[in-house]
Design a protein around this ligand. Structure first.
Ligand SMILES: Nc1nc2c(c(=O)[nH]1)N[C@H]1C(S)=C(S)[C@@H](COP(=O)(O)O)O[C@H]1N2
Ligand SMILES: [Mo]
Length: 503
């Protein structure tokens, strides 16, 4: 095999080593970026809008991946030229090409958000490693001799193809992993702003003395998760911004820093999914920390005929609710949940919380834009899929313990659970055992009208089979309806009934 051909293999190999190690080094610091990704960012910055929309049309949401693939293909072609030059004695040409590529990467990386002089390190290391790898490969005489014996043109193509494919997959995977890792670092480093006034410390949790009862606040790790996201969006704080646009007099834009410099407040609020069945667990209670939504929207100045607030997620999901829902509402852009920055799964860095509305019409996670619009013009994600345009949370009550379908030992036990009707509150919970008259349960602390209330009733269980039902009355005195209604199109109704065996 000729030396020229040797270069065709060794050039890409050396560049692959350079790029991967540069990529790895870039993960060590949050202000460093992989040379390839920086280049992609600059191209995205400089490409004319028409070309951009053309590319998005062709590749859809894979436009960024497509761009990386194209860059890698170009780098691959150059690396062949470098390899050929190096192994045919034109080392100067090889060095020149590597220097030019390194300079391009350096130029690209210093322009990334949050970069400083040290951000050139990954690009520099990529260049240095490429040169070192070429020299090292040149010493691999035995290997090259072997190649010259056994390598046909076809095999050569295979080798080149394999290297290309492996580097593509490796850099794609590395990109996803490092992005996720760096967002996790962003989140861990987040220092939540302090509210002007903290809410009262939570009272002693009745769940501590009633095994099986839901805790007053749902721990973040146990909080139900519902979304259309295939993979949790990883939103980097450097890149994130929130826009308030549409039918407004003054469109607004906030960086994370600007948004969180505003006054923040705490809100205890129970959120629920419209798909929560009677007795289901797609509901949870949290102490949220956030920025008042009514203030922000007032500052943007909605047009008189705007009647909908539509939240947009970075992944394209949308949820819309009436502008009027903000009147006398503690609706917020939440950045904290139970004392922590929002978990990635629950919308880091920011989401909307509107007390009293089902999640699918309000609680946009990974929020990036709020549009003032009209219901007769635009609809949130689930509306065209058959769910109601307006969706206040219905009064529901649930028996947590004893668990339906189980068998318990005779004696005095607690029948206990939760009931919620945000923002009306819960004024009464009643329990019925078989055909006995309804009995009023003891109610747990009412920390806010927007949160659920725990309830319990001591029960002297004697041997036999039982059906136990629960029903709640909201803060306005309205009894939860008995008749079963399915979850579609705007939330389930009916009294939760369980069956237990006492032995
Ligand atoms: N970006 C985004 N936000 C979303 C959704 C979604 O699919 N994507 N689902 C909504 C629905 S249907 C519900 S019930 C709540 C659930 O919030 P949680 O996962 O934090 O409990 O998020 C809402 N926000
Ligand atoms: Mo939902």
């Amino acid at each position: 095999m000729k030396k020229r051909q040797l270069g065709v293999i060794y050039g890409p190999l050396a560049i692959l080593a350079g790029i991967s190690i540069g990529h790895f080094v870039s993960t060590l610091n949050k202000n460093w970026h992989s040379p390839v990704i920086s280049l992609a960012n600059r191209i995205v910055d400089h490409v004319p809008p028409a070309v951009k929309s053309f590319v998005i049309q062709i590749f859809g949401t894979n436009d960024k991946l497509a761009l990386i693939v194209i860059i890698l293909a170009v780098v691959f072609a150059i690396s062949i030229a470098i390899g050929r030059a190096f192994f045919t004695g034109n080392t100067k040409v090889a060095y020149l090409l590597i220097s030019l590529m390194t300079l391009a990467a350096i130029w690209a990386s210093v322009q990334d958000a949050g970069s400083n002089i040290f951000s050139i390190i990954p690009s520099f290391i990529s260049g240095a490693v490429t040169i070192a790898a070429l020299h090292w490969l040149a010493t691999k005489k035995e290997l090259s001799d072997e190649f010259s014996v056994s390598l046909s043109r076809r095999d050569l193509l295979k080798v080149v193809g394999t290297i290309g494919a492996v580097s593509l997959v490796a850099s794609g995977a590395a990109k996803l992993l490092t992005q996720k890792a760096s967002v996790q670092v962003d989140r861990i480093k987040t220092v939540l702003p302090r509210p002007l006034k903290f809410l009262a410390k939570a009272p002693r949790d009745p769940a501590l003395s009633t095994p099986g009862l839901s805790p007053l606040f749902t721990p973040n790790k146990d909080f139900y998760r519902i979304d259309t996201a295939f993979a949790v969006p990883n939103v980097s704080l450097d890149m994130w911004k929130l826009e308030i646009t549409g039918m407004v007099a003054h469109p607004l834009t906030f960086t994370y820093k600007q948004l969180t410099a505003r006054p923040v407040f705490e809100l205890d609020d129970t959120i629920s999914c419209v798909s929560n069945e009677v007795g289901g667990d797609l509901v949870g209670n949290a102490r949220w920390l956030g920025i008042r939504l009514d203030d922000l929207i007032r500052e943007a100045g909605p047009n008189a005929d705007a009647d909908q607030v539509l939240g947009y997620s970075v992944d394209g999901f949308t949820a819309g609710f009436p502008l009027a829902a903000l009147d006398n509402s503690d609706a917020m852009i939440a950045i904290g949940m139970n004392g922590e920055a929002l978990p990635l799964e629950h919308g880091f860095p920011a989401r909307i919380i509107v007390p009293g509305l089902y999640g699918y019409v309000s609680a946009t996670k990974w929020l990036t834009r709020i549009e003032l619009t009209r219901f007769d013009q635009k609809h949130g994600y689930w509306i065209s899929r058959g769910w109601s345009e307006r969706a206040p949370i219905k009064t529901q009550s649930r028996i947590d313990t004893p668990q339906g379908g189980t068998s318990v030992v005779a004696g005095t036990i607690a029948i206990a659970g939760v009931a919620w009707a945000p923002t009306r509150g819960i004024s009464k919970v009643e329990v019925r055992v078989n055909k006995a008259p309804w009995q009023e349960a003891v109610l747990g602390p009412e920390i806010a009208k927007t949160t659920w209330r725990q309830w319990w009733l001591p029960w002297n269980a004697t041997k036999g089979g039982y059906a136990i039902s629960v029903r709640a009355t909201d803060g306005d005195g309205a009894l939860q309806p008995e008749a079963y209604v399915p979850v579609a199109p705007n939330g389930a109704e009916g009294w939760h009934t369980i069956r237990v065996q006492v032995s």
